[in-house]
Design a protein around this ligand. Structure first.
Ligand code: GLA
Length: 393
C-alpha cells in the first residue's frame, strides 16, 4: 500500500513549484528489487531470479511546452534542471534522468519538457537498485505524459543503456528489467541474453515473506562490477583460445565442460568463472524448486550461492556474512544470501511469517553489538513493477 500522505506531500510540492490543471498531472511508480538468486550472472548473459519489492520511487509530473526538465527531489531537498538539448554529466543524481532522456531521444521518441517531484523509499546506494528505480520511473513518466508507445522490454533497455552507457556503470540488465516487469507475488526468471525471454514464477505460499537486512555499509557498486566483468571476459577469452571453441560468454559453458578447463585457468579467474557457471545452474534449480514448493532445496541453493559469492567471487563482506549466518540459525528462515553487487548493501531472506519477528529482533541485536552500527531490517511485499498511480483524491 502506498500511503496517501506520501502522495499528497509529493503533489503539494509540485503545486508549490508550478501551477497546473489536474488533468495534466501523472504519477508513476517504479520499485526497487531483491535478487533471490543469480548474482553477477546478468552481465555474463546468464540467468537471474529477482522480485520487485514494496519500496519504490514515485514521481509526480506535468508536461511542459518548453525544452526544460525540472525535477525536485524530496530525498535530497534539491531542485535541479536541464535542457533537453544539453545532456552533460554533472556528477549529480539528475544525470540518471539525463541518461534516460538521451536514450528516449536516441530511440526516436518525441518528448518535450516536464516538471516533476520525486520521492524514493528505496534506500539510496543500499544495493536494492535505487538507480534503476529512478531511471524506470523517469522513463515511465515520459511514457505517460507524452503517450509514448513503448513496450516494457524496450523501456527497460532504454533505462539499462542510460546506466551502462550514459553513466558508464558496468551493470547488467537485471535491475531495470525487474523494476519494469515485476509482478505482485512473483519472481521474475529472466534470461539475460537477447531477446531477454522471461517467465513469472508465482510464490506458491501465502505465509512466506521477504525480509531485507541492510548492513548500512554502502559502497558504489561500479568499481567491483567493472573488475569482475573484466575477469569473466578474460576467462572466456582464455578458454576460447585454448580450446578453439567459440564460446560467447560464460553462459555457454556447462559445469561438466568447465571441469576440463580448470587446469589452464589462472586464479582468481578460475574462481570467478566457477561461481558464474554454477550460479546459472542454481538459478535453474531454484526456479524448479519454487514451482514444486521445495523450500528446503531453495534455501540450500541460496546458502550455496552466498558461500560462492563470498569465497569464489569475493564480493561478500563480514557484515553480510554475519547477517546470513544469523538468519540461517533461525527456525522458520527458508534461505538467506547477499543480494545485488555486494561488498556491503543488503542481504535478503525468505522466511515464514511466524519467524519474522524473531529474525528482526535477533539480527538487530547481534549486528549492532558486533559492529556498533544500527542495521535496517524489515519485511517487504513482492510488488508490481512500473505502474501508474490513479484515483488519488
Ligand atoms: C548490480 C548490477 C546488476 C547485477 C548485480 C549483481 O546490482 O546493477 O546488473 O550485475 O549488481 O548481480
Amino acid at each position: 500500500m502506498i500511503k496517501k500522505e506520501r502522495i499528497k506531500r509529493i503533489i503539494s510540492k509540485l503545486q508549490e513549484i508550478e501551477k497546473f490543471k489536474n488533468q495534466d498531472l501523472k504519477i508513476g511508480i517504479a520499485p526497487g528489487r531483491i535478487n533471490l538468486i543469480g548474482e553477477h550472472t546478468d552481465y555474463n548473459e546468464g540467468f537471474v531470479f529477482p522480485c520487485a519489492v514494496s519500496r519504490e520511487n514515485i514521481m509526480a509530473a506535468i508536461p511542459s511546452e518548453t525544452q526544460k526538465i525540472k525535477i525536485y527531489s524530496l530525498n535530497y531537498s534539491e531542485f535541479l534542471q536541464f535542457s533537453l538539448d544539453e545532456l552533460k554529466l554533472t556528477g549529480n543524481w539528475i544525470d540518471y534522468i539525463k541518461g534516460v532522456v538521451f536514450y528516449l531521444k536516441e530511440y526516436g521518441y518525441k518528448i518535450k519538457g516536464m516538471t516533476g517531484v520525486l520521492h524514493s523509499t528505496v534506500s539510496i546506494g543500499g544495493g536494492l537498485s535505487s538507480s534503476a528505480a529512478l531511471e524506470v520511473v523517469t522513463a515511465y513518466l515520459f511514457k505517460l505524459l507524452y503517450n509514448l508507445e513503448i513496450d516494457y522490454k524496450e523501456l527497460a533497455l532504454i533505462c539499462y543503456k542510460a546506466e551502462r552507457n550514459f553513466m558508464n556503470i558496468s551493470c547488467g540488465i537485471m535491475d531495470q528489467f525487474i523494476s519494469t516487469l515485476g509482478k505482485e507475488n512473483c519472481f521474475l526468471f529472466l534470461d539475460c541474453r537477447p531477446p531477454y525471454s522471461y517467465e513469472q514464477i508465482v510464490l506458491p505460499r501465502q505465509d512466506v515473506r521477504m525480509v531485507i537486512m541492510d548492513t548500512k555499509i554502502h559502497h558504489a557498486a561500479s568499481k567491483i562490477l567493472n573488475i569482475r566483468r573484466k575477469e569473466c571476459s578474460k576467462g572466456v577469452e582464455i578458454i576460447r583460445n585454448k580450446t578453439g571453441i567459440n564460446f560467447k560468454s560464460l553462459r555457454d559453458i556447462s559445469i561438466e565442460e568447465f571441469e576440463k578447463f580448470t587446469d589452464f585457468l589462472p586464479q582468481p579467474i578460475k574462481n570467478r568463472c566457477e561461481h558464474v557457471i554454477n550460479e546459472n545452474q542454481r538459478v535453474l534449480n531454484a526456479k524448479e524448486a519454487i514451482k514444486v514448493g521445495d523450500f528446503k532445496l531453495l534455501g540450500n541453493l541460496m546458502y550455496k550461492s552466498h558461500y560462492s559469492l563470498d569465497t569464489l567471487y569475493e564480493v561478500s563482506s563480514k557484515e553480510l556474512n554475519t547477517m546470513v549466518q544469523i538468519a540461517k540459525d533461525i527456525e522458520g528462515v527458508i534461505g538467506a544470501r547477499m543480494t545485488g553487487a555486494g561488498l556491503g548493501g543488503c542481504a535478503c531472506c525468505i522466511c515464514y511469517e511466524w519467524a519474522i519477528e524473531e529474525l528482526i529482533n535477533k539480527a538487530k541485536n547481534v549486528y549492532e553489538k558486533t559492529y556498533g552500527i544500527k542495521p535496517a531490517i524489515y519485511a517487504c511485499n513482492i510488488s508490481d513493477g512500473a505502474r501508474e498511480l490513479k484515483n488519488i483524491e
